[in-house]
Ligand binder design. Structure first.
Ligand code: AMP
Length: 609
């Protein structure tokens, strides 16, 4: 069931009517809370009844009390063992939630609430855990560390709250969160709160919550802060190829591609269809009936991409649109704001990607002003990114087909018959079938033959980066917000590390903000990350103990283009691997893209309201 809790309901019940009693009621009265906020009115009775909850609400709506009050109301203070665990994306939020718990429990006797986050010494946390606590509020990484060390007993856990779940996933904690969910008692109650509801959050809720009540708080201000803006500097001639790459690697549902002219809607839609995408053009010349038909097809999932002009897309409201691409950037910011507002509908999150030719860079300033957000520069997905996505899809297709047991059964005998009669290993038969399924189109792009990446890289590289530098000096770059120094950490692609995991771990351990991160560069065996040049030695000391994917990162200033100076050069490395293996066996050992760089910009996290 979906409850749309109105922002101002006419006769809001008091906290008593919601089921809050005794010392908890007294505490919130003392805090001056008179009436429950909408999220509290909708969530508290549901949680008190024992049901799981998925709540879509932003910070500032009173969601902390919405989950904290029902937990405290049912806490068994005589049992000094963790009964409630709240997972939060950052230590700031963890501390804030902890303080809120303490204030709501101020009239109860002997309630212990413990914050557990990265960056703080283990000693404090261990002794508090030994003394006994009722509620733990922590960041996923550190909670996982304690679980791995056996220093945290969650066997009696009754309540688990995921606060700002979308942020946790964006910071790379998906795996930790899932492991924690899986390692806690199955009969616990779970409440998940998130400002946006992207598909991963829905999947998480489906997998780990049982028949949750969905509660959504309509925010009065629909400012589109759930839309992530990015831009790619690309020359006009490269736009179609760049779009094709983006289509390959972005996880999109429905998409609108904006172009400047009517003619271009038709030609681009045609080119996309030729590349195998279901795309249609809408422009002012297309008859109204036909336009409506296309929009309905997009809604129903029969069509994935609409190529449109501003006029034709006016007021379009299709929830499925996950991405807006400004193939041609509009020159007026009003159109820009309207265009990107076609995504992120109904509280979902959305992505807007703008193609900017080198001469159009000045428009970014206007966009930033109009949207009060700084669009993040993205890089063209590399051939390696495309190949990784293709291999993932290939694997997924196998997994899906294997679940169709009836059909698998029918073919098993046929394959077995072939194996018996031709005396070939089953693996070869499977590979042969893949060849049949794949047809003439190669499964993977050839990284050695990738003129596009080089052309787009050249467009993106500021001239000063081509200069020479003393390789013994740590690299320091001057940016708009201040100086950055590049650091090297000993986790890389081989350890399946992603930029957001690096951000999540370093932010938590070092108390860094997201603006503190510059370019993150993931290489096969290590990575480099740009951090503020003025990092204190105390922070660096803390970062040195950080683990990512279980490995100590051993952070140190990156002395020059280390990839080429330490160990075999990338080019050699790649050539070597290709020669020795005709089939890369492990995805994380796949060679880096040809050329010198394998750089991923840190994707700016979505802003929240
Ligand atoms: P939160 O969204 O949980 O971060 O809460 C935002 C702010 O609203 C916090 O300062 C709370 O103390 C405050 N608050 C939460 N619920 C109420 C309420 N029912 N009445 C007044 N203030 C509240």
């Amino acid at each position: 069931m979906l409850t749309d809790a109105p922002e101002d309901s006419p006769a809001t019940p008091g906290f008593e009517e919601l089921g809050i009693t005794g010392p908890v009621l007294k505490a919130i009265k003392d805090l001056g809370y008179e009436t429950p906020s909408p999220i509290q009115a909708a969530t508290i009775p549901t949680l008190l009844s024992g049901r799981d909850v998925v709540g879509q609400a932003q910070t500032g709506t009173g969601k902390t009390a919405a989950f904290a009050l029902p937990v405290l109301e049912r806490l068994d203070v005589s049992q000094k063992i963790p009964q409630a665990l709240v997972l939060a994306p950052t230590r700031e939020l963890a501390l804030q939630v902890c303080e809120a718990f303490e204030s709501y429990a101020s009239k109860m006797k002997g309630v212990h609430v413990l914050p557990v986050y990265g960056g703080q010494g283990y000693g404090v946390q261990l002794s508090a855990l030994r003394r006994g606590v009722h509620v733990i509020v922590g960041t996923p990484g550190r909670i996982m560390d304690h679980l791995a060390k056996g220093t945290l007993d969650l066997s009696e856990l009754k309540y688990l709250v995921l606060d700002e779940a979308d942020e946790m996933l964006k910071m790379g904690f998906a795996e930790d969160v899932e492991q924690i969910l899986a390692q806690t008692p199955s009969e616990k109650q779970v409440a998940l709160f998130s400002a946006t509801m992207p598909p991963q959050i829905r999947r998480l809720a489906q997998k780990y919550l049982s028949d949750p009540e969905e509660i959504s708080i309509k925010s009065k201000t629909a400012t589109g802060t759930n839309i992530t803006q990015r831009y790619l500097v690309v020359s006009y001639a490269q736009k179609v190829d760049a779009l094709t790459r983006i289509l390959e690697v972005e996880n999109f549902d429905g998409m609108i591609v904006f172009v400047r002219t009517k003619n271009e809607t038709e030609t681009l839609a045609e080119k996309l269809r030729a590349r195998g995408y279901s795309a249609a053009a809408i422009n002012g010349d297309v008859a109204q009936v036909q336009r409506e038909r296309s929009v309905n097809q997009l809604k129903d999932g029969k069509l994935d991409i609409l190529v449109a002009t501003d006029v034709a897309a006016r007021g379009l409201d299709v929830e499925r649109i996950s991405h807006v691409i400004n193939f041609d950037i509009p020159t007026d910011t009003e159109s820009y704001v309207h265009r990107i507002g076609r995504t992120g509908r109904a509280g979902r999150s959305g992505d807007a990607i703008s193609f900017i030719t080198p001469r159009e860079r000045y428009l970014l300033k206007h966009i930033e002003k109009a949207t009060r957000q700084q669009p993040a520069q993205m890089e063209l997905p590399s051939t390696e990114d495309v190949n990784t996505t293709r291999l993932n899809r290939f694997d997924d297709a196998i997994t899906t087909a294997l679940s169709e047991t009836g059909r698998i059964e029918a073919f098993r005998d046929i394959v077995a018959h072939y194996v018996r009669h031709h005396d070939v290993p089953e693996g070869d038969v499977a590979a042969a079938l893949a060849v049949v399924a794949q047809g003439d189109k190669p499964l993977l792009l050839d990284p050695a033959n990738d003129p596009l990446s080089k052309a787009v890289e050249a467009d993106n590289r500021p001239p000063r980066e081509r200069g020479t530098r003393d390789a013994r000096e740590p690299r320091t770059e001057r940016r708009g917000r201040g100086d950055y120094t590049a650091y090297r950490i000993e986790v890389g692609r081989r350890h399946r590390v992603e930029p957001r995991q690096i951000v999540g771990a370093l932010a938590n351990e070092g108390g860094l903000g997201r603006d503190d991160f510059g370019v993150i560069n993931i290489r096969p065996d290590f990575s480099t990350v740009e951090l503020p040049a003025n990092l204190s030695s105390a922070v660096l000391e803390k970062l040195r103990d950080t683990r990512i994917s279980g490995r100590l990162i051993e952070i140190k200033p990156d002395r020059g283009p280390g990839a080429r100076r330490s160990g075999p050069r990338d080019g050699d490395d790649r050539g070597d691997r290709f020669e020795r293996r005709d089939r890369p066996e492990r995805r994380d050992e796949r060679p880096a893209r040809n050329g010198d760089r394998d750089e991923k910009p840190f994707r700016k996290p979505r802003h929240k309201g």
